[in-house]
Design a protein around this ligand. Structure first.
Ligand SMILES: Cc1cc2nc3c(=O)[nH]c(=O)nc-3n(C[C@H](O)[C@H](O)[C@H](O)COP(=O)(O)O)c2cc1C
Length: 430
């Protein structure tokens, strides 16, 4: 039998695998009723909210799920702290997650297979899969021997051993989110295949290497992802990550890579309805979905029911502030008063004031939601000439020093694992 993506189900050599190749497709179809507006041809395609420290928190995931995100990852959870520190654990996991927050994959970081197993066992009964972070490129990951650096430890033997240990001891699929090795795609392919041999049930490939971060992020290599699909795609689902900013990109990426789904991070953070047909060529790049202020309002409403720092996997107001910043980034470029208000948001009342201030600004300038375009996601592309050509719209006048200044002042937020480190210090929870 052939899946919608053209991959045969498990090859004969894989009949003994704990999870057959079709597990992801079956999972998506079981939950498809939650997404009545999903284009029919994408019902069994994974449209994924990436794991994001202080950003793929519970209230944010619930918001994105309203707009066709049919699979979400938790933020990276530090396995050792999760096992050892009750305060940290409470922030990430109280009594599981609400039914409407499924399917959900919990992502962990660590380098000790027994600690990772102990952490994953705590959530095993309440998630649809667990994932090992092999993508974080930051210094804190190097020091902690996790993230992208784990791919290179002991020539890959350590991560292969971890995956073998986890997949043989857990009752849910074990997946790995990986970058491309700095030595190139050939070495990477050899490692990815070893991980599948060791029992990995899915790979997410972020089509960049660990040197491609912040101002050097650059384009994701979809050709490399296609090579991964060609190599292991008959055995396990592969998700493509990197460079997805609207539904045109989703379809182009699926076509170019043959992946089972796409994962978005920065762009969907800014605009949670990204997996709907808005800001695409067929709408002349007009925003046809709800506006960004609506997103901020709805997110805050969800936070009141599901506080991010109480089982919601975010660091409270700091996490909320960061979301307001992404949602309203375009407005903050033009209105310094709004920017100051976001930066100084330390209470929920303060967050509500930000909303009121944005409403007043919109009223005064007769804001048109149809003109809205991504602003935060494209901040590193400004000046590279790969954005906005022929699109018109509000961002053209934003290609300015102000935006670049803003990007540099946000370095903390672009540096996921440093945010994580900072959270540990700030919250005093640990
Ligand atoms: C705020 C933020 C937090 C992130 N946290 C994580 C994380 O916890 N785990 C992880 O594997 N990747 C993390 N990432 C990386 C993203 O998951 C993703 O791989 C990367 O941003 C590339 O996707 P994009 O081009 O759609 O932004 C984070 C990215 C951002 C912007």
């Amino acid at each position: 039998m052939t899946s919608a993506h053209g991959h045969n189900q498990s090859s004969p050599a894989d009949v003994d695998r704990k999870f057959q190749r079709d597990w992801l497709r079956q999972l998506l179809l079981r939950h498809a009723h939650r997404h009545p507006a999903m284009p029919p041809d994408l019902r069994d395609t994974a449209l994924v909210v990436a794991p994001m420290v202080d950003a793929s928190d519970l209230p944010y995931r619930l918001l994105a799920r309203r707009y066709n995100a049919n699979l979400c990852f938790t933020p990276m959870i530090h396995a050792k702290m999760f096992v050892e520190k009750p305060g940290y654990r409470r922030k990430f996991w109280k009594q599981g997650t609400p039914a409407e927050d499924r399917p959900l994959i919990a992502q962990f970081c660590g380098h000790d297979k027994d600690v990772l197993l102990a952490a994953m066992r705590i959530v095993e009964g309440g998630v649809d899969g667990v994932d090992v972070n092999c993508g974080c490129p930051q210094g804190i990951a190097k020091r902690g021997r996790y993230g992208a650096f784990l791919m290179e430890e002991e020539g890959g033997d350590r991560i292969v051993d971890i995956v073998r240990h986890l997949s043989s001891n857990l009752s849910v699929p074990v997946s790995v989110k990986l970058r491309i090795l700095p030595t190139g795609i050939e070495d990477s392919l050899a490692l990815y295949e070893r991980l599948v041999d060791a029992g990995a049930s899915m790979l997410t490939i972020h089509g960049r290497n660990r040197h491609q971060k912040q101002m050097a992020t650059g384009d994701a290599d979809w050709d490399a992802i296609r090579r991964v699909v060609e190599l292991v795609g008959r055995r396990v689902p592969v998700l493509a990550n990197g460079g997805i900013s609207n539904m045109d990109d989703v379809r182009r990426c699926l076509e170019a890579t043959g992946a089972d789904g796409v994962m978005s991070s920065e762009a969907i953070l800014e605009y949670p309805p990204l997996f709907t047909e808005t800001n695409v060529e067929s709408t002349n790049y007009r925003r046809t979905g709800p506006g960004r202020l609506r997103m901020a309002v709805d997110y805050l409403d969800l936070c009141k029911v599901h506080p991010p720092n109480d089982g919601g996997q975010g660091s409270g107001l700091k996490c909320i502030r960061a979301h307001l910043h992404r949602f309203l980034h375009a407005d903050m470029q033009r209105h310094t008063s709004l920017r100051d208000a976001v930066v100084k948001t330390f209470t929920m009342e303060g967050a509500d004031k930000v909303i009121n201030m944005a409403r007043e600004i919109y009223d005064a300038c007769e804001h048109d939601v149809g003109d809205e375009q991504l602003s935060w996601y494209v901040r590193h592309r400004v000046g590279r000439g790969d954005h906005d050509e022929g699109r018109g719209g509000e961002e053209e006048e934003d290609a300015s020093d102000e935006e670049k200044k803003d990007a540099s002042s946000q370095e903390d937020e672009e540096c996921p694992c440093d945010v994580f480190g900072e959270v540990c210090a700030d919250d005093g929870d640990y």
